[in-house]
Design a protein around this ligand. Sequence first.
Ligand code: AKG
Length: 296
Amino acid sequence: GIPLIDLSALNSPDSSNPSAISRLVAEIGEACKNWGFFQVINHGVPFERRQNMELASRKFFAQSTEEKRKVRRDEMNPMGYYDTEHTKNVRDWKEVFDFAVENPMVMPASHEPDDKELTKWINQWPDYPSELREASEAYAEELKKLSYKLVELISLSLGLPAKRLNAFFKDQTSSIRLNHYPPCPIPHLALGVGRHKDPGALTILGQDDVGGLEVKRKTDGEWIRVRPTPDAYIINVGDIIQVWSNDKYESVEHRVMVNSQRERFSIPFFLNPGHHVMVEPLEELTDEQNPAKYKA
Ligand code: AKG
């Protein structure tokens, strides 16, 4: 399966121990290169914050569809609730609640770089459960901290200074998604989420103990199940790190299987740069032998 990496060297008093940190950096680099995915334990996110987030998510989704649609998203604001009837042509077997990590957030209406039309991402908080907003904001704060630690380790693993990428995340457009996959009566005919790559920089996913996430193994293209590990997070490189690293680290396809017995919950944090950031290969990682594979 995907590598399991212990981050305790970052949080323990001997975090100044250079050999422990350089071992960690090497492990992260190998995982990013060979899998594009890894799990982390001893990541420093307080268990209670995660638990509060997960409990609030369960309470929200347990309501009626009518109640949940009171905070549904629309064309002007992608934040809020939506279920499968509202997604594209492919129907994922799930329902979702999205919120922006930095709010309110102004975004171009389309992804064209010269788009002048701006729309606001405004978080829509439901009346019930009343603690959802506070739990979400507290959780987002912790995940932001973890994402910076991971970005610094990834930077070091690319031979760059730890803080090389940090400026890109000023006014970041990161978001958090609460996923609910109900039991599916015909699991062989549906997917929780179809195969895709993540468009952002980095994803930090918390999954419950049900399982269903599968990662496409780079060596042979086989779908490999990510085994649920208590209190771990699953990290994956997104398209933006692929571009920054000039394909040294690739964004890897993944999908979610559903089952007929148990509902499943998961919570991805999508780390994204500010919307003004032009994403292109880092100049330190390109030269005549290894020219930039992407242009901004
Ligand atoms: C997504 O929401 O983009 C996912 O890939 C979800 C992964 C999962 O639920 O395990």
